[in-house]
Ligand binder design. Structure first.
Ligand code: PEP
Ligand code: MN
Length: 355
């Protein structure tokens, strides 16, 4: 997938979120090349912005700048393409590495059009996960490209959109890239900590986790002067910060096959993540109970409403059966949750009585 390399270890794709000017891409690329850790230079030319009205990339004008990067530094350049016109213009400008962004991967029609435009040409394409956690959509995009004759493919886990406010911009769901690796063992799977984090503070942690889970590389947004970046300023780091970050990561050796230790570790990571989700879900459920408790108190309604409880038990027991969850366990779990819900509501009532 990546250009020829002598170095071992994870593939590093670095470069700015957006190509802003020839000076900016060149200065960033030269600094990255001096640091000697980058395998592929990235820069967005056409930027998919969630809301209109902000910088949407320099467009076609940026293509010759990226050509200068290739000429001056010897680094190969990858850009995002979202339609056949982008593909044609980039190919004409001598670019042979591409990625398809998370917002485009959700659309099979768009992916197919891109696959058709690239068909029969020796290019490498990285496919980001779609914004929603649908592994089939992700695999489907890879398949469309592969059917067009593109064999140099990779996937990038960049996290998933979520509604609740959270410390990370896009929630990583490691189960998906792990499953992708299991289903398509020869496919390199990279992680994009920059778009997962949305800020610089957790990038190291996410990058380390990616390596611990045997992801094959990292895409990290790197800008010569992040403070003045036109897009994603908060999540970009400088080339020297990138080097420090990479030096600080522990690259654990892998024996190249799914050994007992590695497989066990991956499952344990998954369990940690699922426990975290369980706790999050429980905490939002109890927060909702709290609100219901207040509402009942204000309206002088009884805490225990038997009909509602009976409906909950019936529907959850049916769901549990569909998911293959043991009914005895499910019943005990429901009772425990119910007891706690009642305790929370009683507490609300008692507090008021004291006042
Ligand atoms: C990007 O890499 O600049 C980008 C827009 O990524 P994503 O599609 O992951 O949002
Ligand atoms: Mn970006």
């Amino acid at each position: 997938m990546i250009p020829e390399r002598v170095r071992k270890g994870p593939v590093i794709i670095a470069g700015p979120c957006s190509a802003e000017s020839e000076e900016q891409v060149l200065a960033t690329a030269i600094a990255l090349q001096k640091e000697g850790r980058t395998d592929l230079f990235r820069a967005g030319v056409w930027k998919p912005r969630t809301r209109p009205g902000s910088f949407e990339g320099a467009g076609e004008e940026a293509l010759p700048w990226l050509n200068s990067v290739q000429e001056h530094t010897g680094l190969k350049v990858a850009i995002e393409i979202a339609n056949p016109e982008h593909a044609e213009k980039a190919l004409k400008a001598g670019i042979r590495y591409f990625w398809i962004g998370a917002r485009t991967v959700v659309s099979p029609f768009s992916v197919q059009e891109i696959a058709n435009a690239l068909g029969g040409i020796d290019v490498a394409v990285m496919v980001k996960n779609p914004v929603n956690p649908d592994i089939n959509l992700w695999i489907g995009a890879l398949e469309r490209l592969n059917k067009s004759g593109i064999t140099r493919l990779a996937a990038i886990h960049r996290g998933f959109s979520h509604f609740e406010s959270a410390p990370l911009r896009n929630k990583p769901i490691w189960e998906l890239p792990i499953t992708l690796k299991r289903l398509i063992p020869e496919l390199p799977v990279f992680t994009d900590p920059s778009h997962i984090c949305g800020a610089t503070n957790f990038i190291r942690e996410i990058a380390q986790k990616a390596l611990d889970l045997e992801m094959n590389g990292l895409m990290i947004e790197t800008h010569i002067n992040p403070a003045v970046a036109l897009t994603d300023a908060k999540q970009q780091i400088t080339p020297s910060e990138l080097s420090n970050l990479l030096t600080s990561l522990s690259i654990r050796s892998s024996c190249g096959h799914a050994s007992f230790d590695n497989t066990l570790r991956q499952w344990r990571e998954l369990i940690d993540e699922k426990d975290d989700e369980l706790l999050n879900t429980l905490s939002s459920r109890f927060a909702a109970i709290n609100e219901i408790g207040k509402l009942k108190k204000e309206n002088n309604v009884t805490i225990l409403q038997l009909e509602r409880w009976k409906n909950i038990v019936d529907s959850r027991m049916q769901d549990a059966e569909k998911f293959g969850i043991n009914p005895t366990f499910m019943k005990r779990l429901l009772n425990l949750i119910h007891e706690e819900s009642i305790r929370i509501q009683e507490q609300i009532l008692n507090n008021e009585n004291k006042i």
